[in-house]
Design a protein around this ligand. Structure first.
Ligand code: GLU
Length: 289
C-alpha cells in the first residue's frame, strides 16, 4: 500500500492565524501517525488578493510551528494550463456556459426574484445565480464574447447531475450537523457555480479538485466551512474521471464572539503571537492539540 498523502492548502491573501495553525498541525500529525506524506499547496489563483510577502510568511510560520512538508511546493498560479484543459473537457461535454452579468446586474436580478418571493441561497449564504445566460441564443452569446464583455464560465448543474447521478463522499470527520460516513452530496444547493472567469481561468472548486488529483492526495483534511463544497468537488471528480480522496472536515477555531477567525483578526495571527513570545507548544495548546 502506498503511504497516504495529506496536504495543507492555504491562500496567501493574509497572514496565518490560529485556525490555519490547527489545520496545518492536524494534517502534519495525522500524516506522521499514518506514515504518510504531507504536501503544501499555495492557492494563489487570485492575483488581486495574493501577495508574495504572505506566501513567505506562510513558509516561516509553518517552519516555526515545526511542520515539515515536501518540495517542490505546488503554486496554483503556475498551473493555469491544467485548469484550462479541464474547462475544455467540461465544455466538450456541453456542461459549461458563459454568463455576462456584472455583480450589480446579479444583485438587481436577485432583488427582483426576492420581491416575487424567496430566492434560494447556497450553503455559504450567497444567492444562487438568477440569470438566464444558459438559454442565450448562440448568435447573441458569440456577439457578447466577441465584444470583449467580461464573463464567468458556469457549470450547468442540472445537466452535470443528470450525467453522473447522485454521488457520495467518504467523511472521516463531521459536518456542521455531525454528518459522517458516506455523505450524499447535494450539489444542486450551489446552483450553476462559476468554474472560471475571463480574467482568472479557474476557480477554487475547479483547481482544488484538479490539484488534489494531480498531486495524488488521498486524505483531504480541512475546515468544516468547506464541508458542503465537497458536493461540488465530488461532482467535478466524477465528470472529469478523477479519483476521490477521503475527507476529514475539522472544527473551526472561533473568536470570543463565536465568529470564525479571519485573516484580519490580529489577536490570533501567528506572527503576532510569536512576536509576543508564544512558543510552538503554546500554539498547540491554544488550538487544543
Ligand atoms: N485554500 C483554502 C483556504 O485557504 C483551503 C482549500 C482546501 O483545503 O480545500 O481556505
Amino acid at each position: 500500500m502506498p503511504p497516504p498523502v495529506f496536504r495543507f492548502a492555504p491562500s496567501p491573501n493574509g497572514y496565518l492565524h490560529l485556525g490555519h495553525a490547527y489545520s496545518a498541525l492536524l494534517n502534519f500529525d495525522l500524516a506522521r501517525r499514518a506514515g504518510g506524506r504531507l504536501l503544501l499547496r499555495i492557492e494563489d489563483i487570485d492575483a488581486s488578493r495574493c501577495r508574495p510577502e504572505f506566501e513567505t510568511a506562510i513558509y516561516q510560520d509553518l517552519a516555526w510551528l515545526g511542520i515539515a512538508w515536501e518540495h517542490p511546493v505546488r503554486r496554483q498560479s503556475e498551473h493555469f494550463c491544467a485548469y484550462r484543459d479541464a474547462i475544455e473537457t467540461l465544455t466538450a461535454q456541453g456542461l459549461i456556459y458563459p454568463s455576462f452579468e456584472s455583480r450589480a446586474d446579479i444583485a438587481r436580478l436577485v432583488a427582483q426574484r426576492e420581491a416575487d418571493g424567496a430566492w434560494p441561497r447556497d450553503p455559504d449564504g450567497a444567492p444562487l445565480y438568477p440569470g438566464a445566460a444558459k438559454s442565450l441564443a448562440p448568435v447573441a452569446r458569440a456577439a457578447l464574447l466577441e465584444s470583449g464583455t467580461p464573463y464567468a464560465l458556469r457549470l450547468d448543474m442540472e445537466a452535470a447531475i443528470a450525467r453522473v447521478g447522485d454521488l457520495a463522499w467518504s467523511e472521516r470527520g463531521a459536518g456542521p450537523a455531525g454528518e459522517s460516513g458516506a455523505v450524499t452530496g447535494w450539489p444542486q444547493a450551489w446552483g450553476d457555480v462559476i468554474l472560471a472567469r475571463k480574467e482568472i481561468p479557474t476557480s477554487y472548486h475547479l483547481s482544488v479538485v484538479i490539484d488534489d488529483a494531480l498531486q495524488g492526495v488521498t486524505e483531504v483534511v480541512r475546515g468544516e466551512d468547506l464541508f458542503w463544497s465537497t458536493s461540488v468537488h465530488r461532482l467535478l471528480q466524477a465528470l472529469l474521471g478523477l479519483p476521490q480522496p477521503v475527507y476529514r472536515h475539522h472544527r473551526l477555531m472561533r473568536d470570543g464572539a463565536g465568529q470564525k477567525l479571519s485573516k484580519s483578526t490580529e489577536a490570533t495571527g501567528l506572527r503576532d503571537l510569536r512576536a509576543e513570545g508564544a512558543t510552538p507548544a503554546d500554539i498547540r495548546r491554544l488550538v487544543g492539540l
